[in-house]
Design a protein around this ligand. Structure first.
Ligand SMILES: [Fe+2]
Ligand SMILES: [Fe+2]
Length: 235
């Protein structure tokens, strides 16, 4: 299966024509399109509508998770409903199987990496944040547990490893994701992880358990030569 993946479109209506052009050949180049969050800039339905037009016209099965920007206006449920209506498989702690390949997805959350992972100690506010981070890891666990396919792809917005975040300012690493997600990926020995969010990170990395992780933020893909708007992975 060929998977075209991108993230962080931060879509605004002004970009519709350009994006339509850039996605015109995706159906020939891949069997499925993965959108790894931050589809909109401010989480407004007016931003989602033109993006869904592009997706629908591309006529390719599409799997997506939301990103933090899609939550900005508190209208994430509305956005998800719009996407589902347009035929997009929205993963939020859920799984989807297609042609023998399983996809498990959730947004993920902040929390930091390795020995610097934030723990639930001290103020209730910290405990609440850590709980939200653990909850996202549990959602991924649940999604992966549902899959019976031999090949399993994980779709996240936040990064599960520090490797694909390198290039961002070290001060913001804890806000780029958390290795709690990678622990789940390794426990289930998934085959491939796709994420976004770290616009200035690195395109390729690996979990401690050796699972390939790719940061498909559109900024990184556009910076490659030749410049494109999605990367294609074979699995
Ligand atoms: Fe983003
Ligand atoms: Fe983001």
């Amino acid at each position: 299966m060929r998977i075209a993946a991108t993230a962080d479109l931060h879509f605004t209506p002004a970009r519709q024509n350009v994006l339509q052009d850039q996605f015109s050949r995706v159906r020939e180049e891949a069997d499925v399109l993965v959108l790894a969050g931050d589809l909109t800039n401010y989480g407004q339905p007016e931003e989602m509508t033109p993006l869904l037009n592009v997706v629908v016209r591309s006529r390719i099965p599409t799997i997506a998770v939301l990103g933090n920007h899609d939550y900005e206006n508190g209208r994430q449920s509305e956005l998800m409903a719009m996407m589902i209506t347009a035929g997009v498989k929205v993963l939020d702690g859920t799984a989807y199987e297609m042609d023998g390949v399983g996809f498990a997805g959730t947004k993920g959350f902040v929390g930091g990496f390795g020995r610097a992972v934030l723990t639930a100690f001290g103020e209730p506010e910290i405990k609440k944040l850590v709980k939200a981070s653990i909850d996202e890891a549990l959602k991924l666990e649940r999604a992966l547990s549902q899959l019976r396919t031999q090949k399993r792809v994980v779709v996240l917005h936040y990064s599960p490893i520090v490797g694909t975040v390198m290039g961002e300012a070290p001060e913001i690493f804890p806000f780029m994701g958390t290795s709690r997600l990678a622990e789940v990926v390794d426990r289930h020995s998934a085959d491939l992880v796709l994420h976004g969010h770290a616009h200035n990170g690195q395109p390729n990395g690996k979990t401690a358990g050796g699972v390939p992780v790719h940061n498909v933020a559109i900024t990184l893909i556009e910076a490659q030569q030749p410049s494109t708007v999605y990367r294609v992975f074979d699995i």
